[in-house]
Write a protein that binds this ligand. Structure first.
Ligand code: HEM
Length: 499
């Protein structure tokens, strides 16, 4: 293209605009990125610190959040998307609720997850999200669902066991099939084990997309079928084949075949005429939501409690008291606890809540700013910047939780009468907050309390991983590096017998 003399001033103006914008940003003090103790380099800003600490990102973020006066930092390197990380409850409330419309998941994240999750509830914004939220809220709030959750809970590396257990459990809840991943390999049917493996592979490959510093590189890898996109393609074919089979078999059962039970698939299908594609999205989104989160929460819970015999003792006493109450009503010991009994376990509820405070399954959660904005603490957020709240760091901030914030203390959740006392979801955003708050929170507590009470009634768990703090792995949910090695002892009237 040639420029005529009359278009030259326009061309010059267009060329200098980005420079003017950059200079304006640099010189407007209110819009300056706030690094809080991190050395900021010309052009690349604080990026080198993030690169250096990429393998200990949570710990690194927590350190900065603690020393920042408003528990928030922001960064911007030339040519890269800007970002804000916050551990400030007022900022969390503002982005998740007050100015919710300005902080969607954003096109970038949606495009990275699209081939796995379609446009399901997790991976959509605006109207597309809203109708799914309404439909799902209605189903999640039914009492019959809570009872179904209790019925589906039954009673080495305990992390892997919990993950397989959570996978079996969420599959029963979503489409009423037990993949038996917890059973020996020979028992589990091969195509079902394949489904779980495919879900793992898909998650790992998608995580690689998010973690790549070059955000569109995955598109090139997908085009040329290069790892990990090649493995993702295979995994997606397995996942689609599996969900297609479930939906086809249900449809073949005739008119009411899809809507024949208490599971989620039936409930959604009963409500309206859904395409196979949207039912597929229901399955993948809910399996993803429920599989790793509860397993992660329980892994850290069992690890924390194994080092605190006082807490274990209190949990056990509460479980036994509840059991005694029911046996006087003719309920035999060893049976799964009912919803009502689980609700009476306030100390256990507090201990699980406290453990998730310190080790939140979703430790970081990111949204994108649509229109430039200022957070309540004055932090500037540019258009398109990512805003991340770090629940892991929030637990370690004294201003929020007091001087004993790093201590595992279930009592902080109980009132004088020993009754559980909830906190604001913006101070404790473990289940998110505002309009997109987790829909499975109650289900998750029922599952976790059910599992812990069944396990503790029969077994004592001893951590055999040695001294020191286990490493943190930020996968989709927070995992424990190297798994959770435990010696499982059969408890017999207070005496532990190895089994
Ligand atoms: C300890 C267990 C759990 C934790 C800590 C947890 C946490 C969260 C968090 C942080 C979000 C927001 C994620 C985002 O920004 O996209 C979320 C969303 C969601 N969770 Fe959970 N979750 C748990 C268990 C479950 C279970 C068992 C289910 C379903 C059976 C579930 C269903 C959902 C759904 C459907 C959403 C999306 C809500 C929306 O976008 O409107 N969650 N959860």
């Amino acid at each position: 293209m040639e420029f005529s003399s009359s278009s030259t001033p326009l061309f010059l103006l267009l060329s200098v605009l980005p420079l003017l914008y950059f200079l304006y940003l640099r010189h407007d003090p209110k819009k300056q990125p706030r690094a809080h103790g991190l050395k900021s380099y010309p052009v690349v800003g604080t990026l080198p610190h993030f690169t250096k600490n990429k393998d200990r990102f949570l710990e690194f973020t927590a350190e900065i959040m603690k020393r920042s006066p408003t528990h928030t930092m922001s960064f911007k390197a030339l040519g890269l998307t800007g970002g804000v990380i916050t551990a400030n409850p007022a900022n969390v409330e503002y982005t998740l609720k007050t100015n919710f419309g300005n902080y969607p998941k954003g096109e970038l994240a949606v495009s990275m997850l699209e081939d796995f999750l379609g446009h399901g509830i997790f991976n959509s914004d605006g109207e597309q999200w809203l109708w799914q939220r309404k439909a799902a809220s209605y189903e999640f709030n039914k009492r019959s669902l809570r009872n179904f959750v209790v019925d589906t809970v039954r009673s080495e590396d305990v992390q892997s066991m919990l993950e397989r257990f959570a996978f079996d459990n969420i599959c029963r809840l979503v489409f009423d099939e037990d993949p038996a991943c917890l059973a020996e390999d020979s028992v589990a049917s091969p195509h079902i084990a394949e489904f779980m493996r495919a879900c793992n592979d898909a998650q790992n490959a998608i995580l690689a997309r998010f973690n790549s510093p070059i955000k569109s590189l995955w598109r090139v890898k997908r085009l040329f079928n290069i790892e990990p996109e090649r493995r993702l393609r295979e995994a997606l074919a397995t996942i689609h084949g599996y969900t297609d089979r479930i939906i086809r078999e249900r449809r073949e059962r005739g008119e009411d075949g899809l809507a024949c039970g208490d599971d989620f698939l039936s409930r959604f299908a009963a409500g309206d005429r859904h395409s196979d594609e949207s039912l597929h999205d229901v399955i993948t989104n809910l399996v993803l939501a429920g599989r790793e989160t509860t397993a992660s929460a329980l892994t850290w819970f069992f690890w924390l409690v194994s080092g605190r015999p006082d807490v274990e003792g209190k949990i056990l006493r509460e479980i036994r008291a509840v059991r005694r109450g029911s046996s006087s009503n003719g309920v035999t010991s060893g049976a799964a606890f009912s919803l009502h009994e689980l609700r009476d376990m306030h100390y256990l509820h507090a201990a699980i809540t406290e453990s998730m405070r310190l080790y939140p399954p979703v430790s970081l959660d990111t949204y994108v700013c649509k229109k430039e904005d200022f957070l309540p603490d004055g932090t500037f957020v540019g258009k398109g910047w990512q805003v991340t709240y770090c629940a892991y760091a929030m637990a370690r901030v004294e201003d929020i939780w007091g001087a004993d914030c790093e201590e595992f203390r279930p009592e902080r959740w109980l009132d004088e009468a020993g009754v559980f006392r909830p906190e604001s979801s913006f101070k404790y955003p473990v289940f998110h907050g505002g309009p997109r708050m987790c829909l499975g929170k109650e289900i998750a507590y029922i599952q976790m309390k059910s599992i812990v009470s069944c396990v503790f009634e029969r077994f004592t768990l001893r951590y055999t991983g040695g001294e020191g703090h286990p490493g943190l792995i930020t996968s989709l949910a927070l995992r424990m590096e190297g798994g959770l090695p435990m010696q499982v002892l059969l408890t017999n009237r207070g005496q532990a017998v190895s089994c």
